[in-house]
Design a protein around this ligand. Structure first.
Ligand code: FES
Ligand SMILES: [Fe+2]
Length: 397
């Protein structure tokens, strides 16, 4: 293989060469990565309200959540809101370039300081104009002598655990002073995710999709390649060679690599003549993040950052899709290509994946007693994710 042409990544990397080679082998052998066994899953896994509560408490109430990518807040004073689960949180780029996170709660009478992402030199509460600097320090109180000094201690903003690494910003959805060591959290997955420089990914658009299914049924659709050539045959599935993936688990995280149609160029050739062809990875970061990178026809690549969340009840959920240009800010010339990619993925996920999710979830609720879904050896990402989610929720399968 020609390592010079490795993927879209500037520096060819052994890992990428390995992925490309493995996909080419699958293409030529008409094979795919398989686990050892298929497995069974009870419908109850999806609609048990007690499990839903446990997941909300032990996973979405405690674990680091992806708040955004670094370039969402490139400059000091840039702030993004994370209020998808738990309290409303402000993530703020400080003057020294680091990030801090605070509860979006004024320390006077708890009003929300901000209602949308934006740029701030300081935060001025809309209620009575208490003012906080970018470090969360209380720096202004109108008619300050109305407040007894002993009641004015600890009136700085409340910190939230935050960490930034590899172009991603994580927060924990509760108060706390700790820094999140994202690299340590990802462990052996960290060097894999950093093969694609998310540090330089610029947001083009963001959208929300609500669905009538348990969040795990929707999440499952991101964790296997089996359906892509069938469910998405008229849309994104047509871009890839179907039911063909390279799957690698890294702790609780995984990568699924897909082979774009260009891999047909390896067919019938001796292995040492295979061209190096960019692959399309989906990174799953435990518990609810799927990041997919796809090459564009016009050149360049776009990144789809999906975050999937449980809704108010066990049978409702939603996801946020952020679409990014992988390498640099979109220009006047290419922005519309990325916007079109965003619209396409919103449509595919909404009308194909989540439509199936809603129908399947509803069927599971009414399935005959004793019915079990069967998860194939070619769906081992789904198997692994279920097992890890169950462990973290404290309710084994
Ligand atoms: S609640 Fe913010 S200034 Fe009063
Ligand atoms: Fe899908």
């Amino acid at each position: 293989m020609d390592a010079e042409a490795a993927s879209r990544i500037d520096a060819p990397h052994d890992e990428n060469v390995e992925v490309c080679r493995a996909l080419a082998q699958h293409v030529n052998a008409r094979s795919t990565d398989l686990g050892e066994h298929s497995s069974l899953i009870s419908p109850n896994f999806y609609f048990d309200a007690a499990r839903d509560e446990a997941e909300k408490r032990n996973i979405f109430g405690k674990m680091p959540m992806l708040a955004g990518l670094s370039k969402d807040i490139p400059n000091p004073g840039d702030m993004l809101l994370f209020d998808l689960v738990g309290p409303s949180i402000m993530v703020v780029r400080a003057k020294d370039g680091s990030v801090n996170a605070f509860l979006n709660m004024c320390m006077h009478r708890a009003a929300k300081l901000v209602n949308e992402c934006g740029h701030h030199a300081r935060f001025i509460c809309p209620f009575h104009a208490w003012t906080f600097d970018l470090q969360g320090k209380l720096i202004g109180v109108p008619r300050k002598d109305a407040f007894d000094p002993e009641h004015m201690e600890s009136r700085n903003l409340v910190c939230v655990p935050v960490g930034e690494w590899g172009g991603m910003i994580f927060v924990k959805p509760h108060a706390g002073d700790e820094r999140i060591d994202v690299e340590a959290m990802l462990g052996e997955f960290a060097p894999i995710v950093s093969l694609f420089a998310l540090e330089n990914a610029h947001k083009v658009a963001e959208g929300r999709l609500d669905f009538d299914a348990n969040w795990k049924y929707a999440l499952d659709t991101y964790c296997e390649g089996y359906h892509v050539g069938f469910l998405h045959s008229k849309t994104v599935g047509a871009l890839y060679l179907g039911d063909l993936i390279k799957y690698d688990a890294f702790g609780r995280n995984h990568r699924i690599a897909f082979a774009p149609n260009a891999y047909k160029a390896t067919m019938g050739k001796a292995e040492d003549e295979w061209p190096m062809i960019p692959y399309s990875p989906t990174y799953y970061i435990f518990p609810n993040i799927a990041i997919n990178i796809q090459p564009m026809e016009q050149g360049g690549s776009f990144v789809s950052v999906h975050r999937i969340f449980p809704g108010e009840t066990v049978g409702k959920g939603f996801s946020i899709l952020g679409t990014y240009k992988l390498d640099g800010a979109p220009t006047d010339e290419d922005r519309h290509h990325y916007e079109a990619a965003h619209e396409l993925i919103m449509k595919v996920v909404g009308t194909e994946d989540y439509s199936v999710s809603a129908g399947g979830y509803n069927n599971l609720k009414h399935a005959p007693a004793g019915f079990r879904s069967v998860i194939g050896r070619n769906e081992l990402g789904v198997q692994n994710v279920h097992r890890h989610l169950a462990e973290e929720a404290g309710m084994p399968l």
